[in-house]
Design a binder for this molecule. Structure first.
Ligand code: IMP
Ligand code: MG
Length: 182
């Protein structure tokens, strides 16, 4: 059967093998850093699901998992920032060490606003883990502790990331052909 997703990809940026290797390294680092701690990782829906499901299986210490869905509206006007919770996690994070799992950090507003909001729930600590980092696009400083790959300012899809809700199921991270959106 023809690979209908692959034919829309201009260039593979990160192969399945490269991603697998890096995710294993992140899992090892996280296992060391959170050893002996009350540890919960929260994946941000929907972009992080593929990354998160691979990453959690590379973590060799006890952990809880949960999910959130949010939409971010940039800087906003309110002092708490502008992030809307579409779906909230079910677990109580008070006193726990929280690691937020995201697919990509771009302007930084989503994670900036989200961490500010979650501080209010009084976790013991908050750190972030992003598969991809577009440093050139940053508008607000965000201290992301775990980064999979730094990538150039290109629109990418696959391994959970979408364009118009599609391509999340593509196994690598790739740059879309212009013809797809032009
Ligand atoms: P920001 O850091 O608040 O600008 O937003 C990050 C969000 O934008 C991510 O969670 C993605 O949903 C989306 N995003 C940014 N760049 C890309 C991309 O290249 N491909 C797919 N989604 C992206
Ligand atoms: Mg997202």
């Amino acid at each position: 059967m023809e690979h209908y997703v692959e034919r829309d990809i201009e260039k593979v940026l990160l192969s399945k093998e490269e991603i697998e290797k890096r995710v294993m390294e992140l899992g090892e680092q996280i296992s060391q850093d959170y050893q002996g701690k009350d540890f919960i990782a929260v994946g941000i829906l929907r972009g992080s699901v593929v990354f998160f499901s691979d990453l959690m299986r590379c973590v060799k210490i006890p952990m809880e998992i949960d999910f959130m869905a949010v939409s971010s509206y940039g800087q906003g006007s309110s002092s708490t920032g502008s992030v809307q919770i579409k779906y909230d996690m079910q677990e109580d994070i008070r006193g726990k060490h929280l690691l937020i799992i995201e697919d990509i950090i771009d302007s930084g507003w989503t994670l900036h606003n989200l961490t500010k909001l979650l501080q209010g729930r009084q976790p013991a600590s908050i750190e972030m883990c992003c598969l991809l980092n577009k440093q050139d696009r940053r508008e607000v400083e965000v201290p992301v502790k775990y980064i999979g790959f730094d990538i150039p300012d290109e629109f990418v899809v696959g391994y959970g990331l979408d364009y118009a809700a599609k391509y999340r199921n593509y196994e690598s991270v790739g740059i879309l052909k212009r013809s797809v959106y032009e």
